[in-house]
Design a protein around this ligand. Structure first.
Ligand SMILES: Cc1cc2nc3c(=O)[nH]c(=O)nc-3n(C[C@H](O)[C@H](O)[C@H](O)COP(=O)(O)OP(=O)(O)OC[C@H]3O[C@@H](n4cnc5c(N)ncnc54)[C@H](O)[C@@H]3O)c2cc1C
Length: 327
């Protein structure tokens, strides 16, 4: 395919937005269809932590209480970074739109095939067909719904809960990964990411459970936010004094072998998938976006070896397992 190729991207998370960013800069006619809101799911609520490597050894931190022990060091300022995930994702989408990408609000409910069996576009709830030469499934954990339309391995949702505190300048710009024992004896593994905007994002308590069909219906597990708040108030006077700006819950998209699904779908010319990035979707969104745009427009990715992520390495989901996913 060439520039001018019509690419329909299902899902406006970091992965869909990154594909739109790279493809539209190459001159492709890109349409992103988003059911709820760009960055409305994990891509707006995640930690936004980026890491190149992991290392050990660090002193304790004065903004924490005495009982907190630091046992290892993760990277350095040269090898780690933070992005504000919503700004990152919407920023990618805005630049894509500046290069001609179109953002449409809508719910993709089917893949539409041409007479030759290849891709003709997608159908939206309400019956409209959005035509395209290529269709990319990038609906995060909701990609599993596409297993009704195309041969796609299972994608699951792994829910994470987080709080965003208004900490101003009271916490230095360093990410912490902690172990915390609750009074019940249960050990939580919170992650703390102080951000440049004067907030600190704290995540803990992840659960496997059903993903609601509508991304707008994602809710926290009962008591999860209260447990994170109690933990934060205990481990840091700075957090104990800080107002809470947001209470969040969202789903990481995960696959059966833990690797993303990135590539062409077998048997349907023009059908692609990019999902299952689990805990590193923000980190790997740009590389995924660039590789997918090259795969679609040039026939192969140049800088990333996509072989380990080929969707056909896993068996396609048995459609009977999907049950009723309408709505
Ligand atoms: C608590 C938590 C913390 C995290 N921290 C980090 C981190 O620090 N660093 C990192 O790199 N990664 C992190 N991640 C992982 C990262 O957030 C995800 O891997 C990434 O956001 C997945 O992006 P996505 O675009 O695949 O999916 P999503 O962000 O879920 O986007 C999918 C989009 O598809 C839309 N959609 C669904 N169904 C339809 C439909 N039928 N039609 C049209 N659109 C539809 C949804 O509304 C949604 O906007 C974290 C995840 C969680 C949950």
């Amino acid at each position: 395919m060439s520039s001018g190729t019509r690419i329909v991207i299902c899902g406006g998370g970091a992965i869909g937005a990154a594909i739109a960013y790279f493809a539209s800069r190459r001159g492709a006619r890109t349409t992103v269809i988003e059911r709820y809101a760009v960055a409305g799911a994990a891509s707006g609520n995640s930690g936004g932590f980026l890491a190149l490597d992991w290392c050990r050894g660090a002193p304790g931190r004065p903004w924490l209480t005495d009982g907190v022990a630091i046992t290892s060091r993760l990277g350095s300022p040269q090898t780690t970074a933070l992005v504000e995930p919503r700004a990152f994702t919407t920023g990618l989408m805005h630049v894509a739109e500046a290069h001609g990408a179109v953002l449409r609000h809508g719910t993709v409910v089917d893949l539409v095939r041409s007479a030759s069996g290849g891709v003709r576009g997608v159908a939206l709830a309400g019956g409209e067909i959005v035509e395209g030469d290529a269709v990319v499934i990038a609906m995060g954990p909701w990609s599993i719904l596409a297993a009704r339309w195309v041969p796609l391995p299972a994608v699951f949702g792994y829910k994470g809960h987080s709080l965003v505190f208004e900490t101003g300048g009271s916490i230095p710009a360093e990410a912490l990964f902690l172990e915390y024992r609750e009074a019940s004896g249960e050990i939580l593994t919170p992650e703390l990411f102080p951000r440049a905007d004067g907030t600190t994002w704290v995540c803990a308590i992840s659960t496997l459970g059903p993903v609601p069909v509508d991304p707008a219906d994602v809710t926290p597990d009962e008591g999860a936010h209260a447990r994170i708040e109690a933990l934060c108030r205990n481990i840091s006077p700075a957090l104990a004094a800080a107002p809470i700006k947001a209470r969040q819950a969202c789903f990481r998209p995960v696959t059966e072998d833990g690797l993303p699904l990135i590539g062409a779908l077998p048997g349907i010319e023009g059908a692609y998938v990019a999902t299952g990035h689990s805990v590193w979707g923000m980190l790997n969104a740009p590389a995924t976006g660039e590789a997918m745009s090259e795969l679609i427009l040039d026939g192969a990715a140049r800088r990333v070896d996509l072989a380990p992520f080929a969707p056909e390495r896993l068996p396609p989901l048995d459609r009977a397992r999907l049950g009723d996913t309408s709505g």
